[in-house]
Design a protein around this ligand. Structure first.
Ligand SMILES: [Zn+2]
Length: 391
């Protein structure tokens, strides 16, 4: 609950207006007041600022069948601003250029495990490329968001460590990008940005409280509270994979035993399947066997779902979210696993807490984080406008 802080309230107000326009596409000022619960005066101030900067446009009024004038409708202006989203992965770098409606205009992928200096050079090259493709609209490039799989201080834009990608430790990525790029840069971890992506462009539109659960090589979570990503105060938040739930003696990459990640990540699924059958397969291949009805694959996924359900059940009990969005490669085309996780999450949470929670698989698929990287640019650049409104 938000109390007291005037600027925080204003920043949430503009988030509410933008979320309503993303969700409903077109609304009148009166609709916006109704949907957001804000006063018409506050809506007028916020809309004026958004119109002034070209982020929102009026669709014009039309006559209703009864002859009266219908109110002017407002919508986000797709060409009001652009953002670059970049995702750094151990297997390569992907970049997209999107407009304000998250329509991808250009996508680029470079496979390879890049070290920091190469990565930096590549990002600069890609952004310059995108700027050229925008032509005169390049001045509307609002910024660059970068998603990395590891620990990041968002405020400083400093990477602490990327466990599966050596050479990026202690890098001041935001500062280094500021030396070569003319637009502001933002850096955050993949789970936080996946939550941001869902909030801005995915199934999270319209939800004030949501949790994104990322199951990839590791397990992580991103939190949205009051329509904004919650980042804690330091390098990380939502380390769902490293909560101890007492299962197993496998040593986690964090050095401890009993972590959820040792039971439920893509890597854990591969290890457990290898132990059970003697075969070394990727999580993707094991998933194919699950879908083909193989018993050992079912057992491994069932155990992973049970472990994840314990973790997600605890999150539901602790935070009371409206929605839980499941994402990462393990969920891709794997509704069977998603159904098992949902069942376990309901089993391990209080019915009074979980009965209205919407639990589903991300429709942005593996692109939640990269869309979030673009979304964090829009969020960061648009929000300050609310701080300068007069009421
Ligand atoms: Zn751990």
């Amino acid at each position: 609950m938000i109390t007291g802080n005037y600027e925080v309230i204003k920043s949430v107000n503009i988030s509410l207006v933008l979320a309503a326009l993303r969700r409903h596409q077109e609304l009148s000022r009166a609709d916006l007041a109704r949907v957001t619960g804000l006063t018409t005066g506050t809506i007028t101030n916020i809309v004026n600022k958004l119109l002034e900067h070209g982020f929102v446009k009026e669709k014009g009024s039309v006559r209703s069948s009864s002859g009266g004038r219908k109110p002017i409708l407002l919508e986000l202006d797709a060409e009001g601003g652009y953002a670059v989203g970049i995702e750094i992965r151990p297997t390569g770098i992907k970049a997209i250029l999107v407009n304000l409606l998250a329509e991808p205009l250009v996508t680029l992928e470079k496979p390879g495990a890049f070290r920091y200096a190469q990565g930096l050079e590549l990002i600069t090259e890609v952004v310059e490329n995108f700027q050229q493709s925008l032509g005169p609209a390049r001045e509307k490039l609002l910024g660059i968001g970068v998603s990395v799989p590891g620990w990041v201080d968002f405020a400083m834009g400093k990477i602490h460590d990327l466990p599966n990608l050596p050479g990026w430790e202690n890098a001041y990525l935001k500062n280094d990008l500021a030396k070569t790029l003319s637009a502001p840069a933002f850096v955050d971890n993949d789970a936080n940005l996946a939550a941001q992506g869902e909030l801005w462009f995915g199934q999270g539109k319209g939800f004030g409280q949501l949790i994104y659960v990322l199951v990839d090589d590791g397990v992580g979570a991103g939190f949205v509270f009051n329509h904004q990503v919650y980042r804690g105060k330091g390098y990380s938040v939502g380390e769902l994979g490293h909560i101890s739930f007492g299962g197993g003696e496998d040593i986690c990459r964090c050095g401890k035993t009993g972590c959820l990640e040792t039971a439920a990540s893509g890597q854990a699924i591969e290890t457990k399947y290898q132990r059970l059958t003697g075969e070394t397969l990727t999580a993707e291949e094991i998933k194919q066997r699950l879908l083909a009805g193989e018993e050992q694959a079912r057992q491994v996924f069932h155990e992973a779902a049970d472990a994840l359900g314990r973790g997600i059940g605890a999150l539901i009990n602790l935070y009371g979210p409206e929605a839980i969005i499941l994402g990462g490669r393990v969920f891709r085309q794997n509704q069977d696993f998603a159904a098992l996780v949902k069942e376990a999450a309901l089993k391990y949470s209080l019915p009074v807490m979980s009965r209205d929670v919407c639990i589903g698989v991300s429709q942005l698929k593996e692109d939640s984080s990269i869309f979030g990287a673009a979304g964090v640019v829009f969020q960061s650049v648009l929000q300050p406008y609310s701080l300068h409104t007069s009421s």
